[in-house]
Design a protein around this ligand. Structure first.
Ligand SMILES: O=C(O)C(=O)C[C@]1(C(=O)O)C=C[C@@H](O)C=C1
Length: 273
């Protein structure tokens, strides 16, 4: 029963029974949390445990998402920085003040700065001249599209921290509750991250990302049958992608976990538990 409920795929709202030694009541997950996961690897051993298997699914998703992130960065690397793409003065034209790419109208896209979104309109057809000019800009639009794809992949991955945090919370809710009630960010971070093991986990994630980037981002030589002793050429520096993981992606995923848990009891309250 629990396993069945836990494996439900993203219904808008569904009931989950959480069995703990204190026998907590069931609660309803709304689209606020949508799917979710759970865990505490150190204290749960049986993989038949639905919490552990959900955790495994979430972690596997994080690993798969690495591929999207790497591919999107490899694509982006074919263009220059192209600062003009984001300079509102660079393309100023009467009647058009929007961004080059309209996004974040979809519920599964999370803007990083929701209060600061520009209008997302391309010049409407009443402005054929502007539209033509816009098309002539060429690389700037491609750059903006690539950036958008990168940001979507990054945002999805970073916000997956909600599911990671939900897994950790479900595995041992009582470990977290005092820190949540006190809104103690540092304590939550310490509870979420086992300081003994996480540095090693992070190193291994970075190494895996670097190796994947070497594989996906390597330029394949023209004549694959000819012996070629030259060093491989990469479309993006593999260590750069690994560092993006270490300096941005994992720290932000951790922040999302903390922010999610800080509101975790409100969620129960809203749902009457
Ligand atoms: O898997 C976890 O437990 C996480 O907290 C996720 C994650 C990650 O972003 O990949 C976050 C920080 C860690 O140090 C390692 C992993």
């Amino acid at each position: 029963m629990e396993a069945k409920l836990l494996s439900a795929s993203s219904p808008p709202s569904f009931v989950v029974h959480v069995a703990t030694k204190f026998s907590r009541p069931s609660f309803v997950l709304t689209s606020l949390t949508r799917e979710f996961p759970v865990f505490k690897l150190q204290s749960v051993h049986a993989s038949s445990n639905p919490i552990v298997s959900k955790t495994t699914k979430v972690r596997n998703s994080l690993i798969r998402q690495e591929d999207n992130i790497i591919f999107s960065l490899v694509e982006r690397a074919q263009y220059c920085y192209n600062e003009n793409t984001y300079d509102p003065e660079a393309f100023s034209m009467d009647g058009f003040h929007g961004s080059l790419v309209g996004r974040y109208t979809n519920s599964d896209e999370h803007p990083f700065f929701p209060d600061d979104l520009p209008d997302h309109v391309l010049p409407p057809s009443e402005y054929p001249q502007q539209k033509k000019e816009m098309m002539a800009i060429g690389n700037y639009i491609s750059t903006a599209v690539c950036d958008t794809i990168c940001l979507q992949a990054l945002s999805k991955r970073i916000h997956y921290g909600k599911y990671v945090a939900e897994c950790k919370y479900r595995a041992s809710p009582y470990d977290y509750e005092a820190a949540i009630r006190e809104q103690d960010r540092d304590r939550l971070m310490n509870l979420l991250m086992n300081l003994l093991t996480y540095p090693l986990v992070e190193e291994s994630i970075k190494k895996r990302v670097e190796i994947k980037t070497m594989t996906y981002g390597q330029v394949v030589k023209d004549d694959v049958l000819k012996d070629d002793e030259r060093d491989p050429v990469y479309r993006i520096k593999p260590s750069l992608v690994a560092n993006i993981y270490g300096d941005w992606i994992m720290p932000l995923t951790k922040e999302v976990q903390v922010e999610y848990l800080l509101r975790r009891l409100d969620l129960d309250r809203l749902q009457g538990n």
